[in-house]
Design a protein around this ligand. Structure first.
Ligand SMILES: [Zn+2]
Length: 149
């Protein structure tokens, strides 16, 4: 993105956060040439982001998919919907914080797990078990122990 002050193309994102209810991201940008900062508002759907899946196939970033995975993990847990929404916004902010055009599904999974860990132990382990594709009970127990420590 071009700097509005000096018109150079060397700007980078220093902070991203979702704007409530508008489905957009507020970004603070810094120009490496003149050192000035400016703010942009970008619609999430207008920010091109491709997710690289484990099989190396690419697909368009989809908030709904991440949310569905989280809701499945939180099923019947005593977590208020607003908490999940809040967490989803934080996760999305982190995903869009890098200005990369591609992100791996592995990285997304890790970001989600970091947040779930703080929210609810059971939801975390559920998500981790799906995401890490535990082959057997002992791997699952290892993960659980790691979490308990
Ligand atoms: Zn500039």
């Amino acid at each position: 993105m071009k700097c509005p002050f000096c018109n150079q193309d060397n700007t980078r994102v220093v902070d991203s956060r979702p704007v409530e209810d508008t489905n957009s991201i507020r970004r603070r940008r810094l120009c490496d040439v003149c050192g000035r900062r400016f703010t942009t508002y970008e619609k999430v759907e207008s920010i091109p982001l491709t997710v690289i899946k484990k099989d190396q196939n690419r697909e368009q970033y989809d908030r709904g998919k991440i949310q569905a995975g989280i809701l499945r993990a939180c099923y019947k847990r005593p977590i208020p919907v607003e908490k999940i929404e809040e967490m989803m916004d934080a996760i999305e902010g982190e995903i869009f914080n890098t200005e990369e055009k591609e992100i791996s599904s592995t990285r997304i999974g890790e970001i989600v797990m970091e947040h779930l860990k703080e929210l609810d132990a059971v939801a975390y382990v559920r998500f981790a078990s799906v995401y890490r594709e535990f082959k057997d009970v002992s791997t699952f127990m290892d993960e659980l122990k790691k979490f308990m420590n």
